[in-house]
Design a protein around this ligand. Structure first.
Ligand code: DER
Length: 227
């Protein structure tokens, strides 16, 4: 599909940012999967990098492709993290978490010197919030989190599997994921602060002040966007 091609193009552009010796944060989602696959080809051709993945799924893919992986340890920082986004605005504020990996993504990307977002053109928005904001929630706290999110103006929906089991989707940390439909988020910083006061919300999908650049395919060409 055209969107899949754009994801591959964005991933290919990002691979060219990688230098020998880099310690990389490896993102999660379909665009990041293209990046990891193309990075794997360069590793097999002799590129010397190490990485830590932002999800068990990305870790398995990277391992299968022979990308040397680093376990979490004190003081570990990343030269470059490459990851997708569900939405990005003009200041490179992001909504992430569509793939359910927001906790490890925000952890790794906060420990990274440089976060490069890779995205197809459909992700660029004037105002965040059309995409429902993902939260990672401790199961015990769910009812009260749903009440609190509603009070903030978001319609919260527990993320369930789309098969007839309708069983909850679990994060890699065995927590629930809740998607909050705000429609538009005019004050993302204010909402981020309020969400952090709600007990049981482990992490939210607003990523602000983290992305230094984004490679977005526009008109079939890779554009580099900066805040
Ligand atoms: O879950 C995530 O944060 C992913 O990076 C997501 O935001 C992008 O997923 P996609 O590349 O499959 O569109």
């Amino acid at each position: 599909s055209p969107q899949e091609l754009e994801k591959q193009q964005a991933a290919a552009a990002a691979v060219r940012w990688v230098r020998d010796g880099m310690v990389l944060g490896l993102g999660t989602g379909t665009t990041s999967a293209h990046f990891i696959k193309q990075l794997g080809e360069r590793v097999q051709a002799g590129l010397k990098v190490q990485g830590t993945a932002t999800s068990l799924a990305s870790e398995a893919l990277a391992r299968q492709l022979g990308i040397p992986l680093l376990e979490p340890r004190r003081g570990l920082t990343f030269d470059l993290a490459v990851d997708g986004a569900d939405e990005l605005d003009g200041q490179l504020r992001l909504i992430k978490g569509g793939g359910g990996a927001l906790l490890r993504e925000k952890t790794i990307e906060t420990a990274s010197r440089y976060l490069l977002v890779i995205a197809d053109s459909s992700k660029v928005v004037p105002v965040l919030g059309r995409f429902p904001l993902p939260l990672e929630v401790v199961p015990f706290a769910l009812p009260w989190v749903l009440d609190a999110v509603e009070k903030l103006g978001g319609a919260p929906v527990l993320r369930t599997h789309k098969d007839d089991s309708a069983s909850p989707v679990y994060s890699d940390q065995r927590n629930f994921l809740v998607d909050c439909h705000f429609g538009q988020i005019p004050d993302a910083e204010g909402l981020a602060v309020r969400l952090k006061t709600i007990p049981g919300i482990v992490e939210h999908g607003l990523f602000m002040g983290l992305a230094k650049a984004a490679v977005v395919i526009q008109g079939g060409v890779a554009q580099v966007l900066k805040p």
